[in-house]
Design a protein. Structure first.
Length: 273
């Protein structure tokens, strides 16, 4: 029968550690620092963790630290080594203006002097939180349009078989639980995934994007997640997974389900976090 809904998976990974991350110096967009040795190890570990996940699309911020991370992840993949990465400037870190290249403590002092607090404070030449949110919203909307358009084009060819393998490959390592479409009952309310998207981005940007998911799109959360995790910034190569669901005829606001946030199982043992 006609598809009742269109679902896709969105896996978002923060870049690996850089020397400046470790030294608590703000990089933003203007300081294009490469990964540290630890950062390369973290990217490889994330790649090994995700090596059997079948991604259909890969997007990354166009800064050095995210480029090296996405490359490190795909290098370890058994199934999508040859996927083309689309670099998108809308996935860049928040711009911190005059504070870029300076210590986080200096940014805090600037904020205090202005009678404000981080992260609400915008340094001269920096982006406001609202501007970062608009970039995230813009990227997400365009991504959704792309997936829906492709799903519409593919609908006449596929009988839902390939989409199940997208889901199965995720279910092997993520706590998908009841979001998983049952294989036997192809007419169940939850059809298979039409796409599985990997995005590599930055800490403050991801926090802003996830806040948009939670606040504006009323994203549902796993019960294991506590509020402090929601307010925090992802650790380097922390992995977050969302299932995005469009109901037929309501292609405006999707329902989003967070499967996990800032997962770091791949970092236990091997690399220091």
């Amino acid at each position: 029968g006609a598809r009742k809904m269109t679902r896709f998976a969105l896996t978002v990974v923060r870049h690996g550690e850089t020397r400046l991350n470790k030294e608590k110096i703000i990089q933003g967009q203007g300081v294009d620092e490469p990964l540290s040795e630890t950062g390369f190890k973290q990217a490889a570990a994330a790649g090994i963790f995700l090596n059997n996940v079948k991604f259909t699309h890969v997007f990354s911020s166009d800064l050095m630290r995210t480029k090296q991370t996405v490359h490190g992840i795909l290098e370890k993949s058994n199934v999508c080594k040859d996927l083309t990465v689309k670099y998108d400037s809308r996935l860049r870190e928040r711009k911190y203006g005059v504070a870029e290249g300076r210590a986080l403590s200096e940014l805090r002092a600037m904020a205090k002097a202005a009678g404000e607090e981080c992260p609400m404070f915008t340094p001269p030449g920096g982006e406001t939180l609202d501007q970062v949110k608009m970039r995230g919203k813009d990227f997400f909307n365009i991504l959704c349009q792309l997936i829906l358009q492709e799903a519409g084009q593919n609908e006449q060819f596929s009988q839902g078989a390939p989409s199940n393998c997208l889901e199965t490959s995720l279910a092997e390592i993520f706590p998908l639980g009841k979001t998983c479409a049952s294989e036997s009952n192809s007419d169940s309310d939850a059809p298979g995934l039409v796409a599985s998207v990997l995005v590599v981005s930055h800490g403050a940007y991801m926090k802003s994007l996830f806040n948009y998911f939670l606040t504006d799109l009323k994203c549902s959360l796993p019960s294991t997640l506590n509020k402090s995790e929601l307010m925090s910034v992802s650790p380097n190569t922390g992995i977050s997974l969302f299932i995005v669901n469009f109901e037929k005829g309501r292609e405006v606001n999707p329902t989003i389900q967070c499967v996990c946030m800032y997962l770091q199982d791949h970092l236990n043992g091997g690399t220091e976090t």
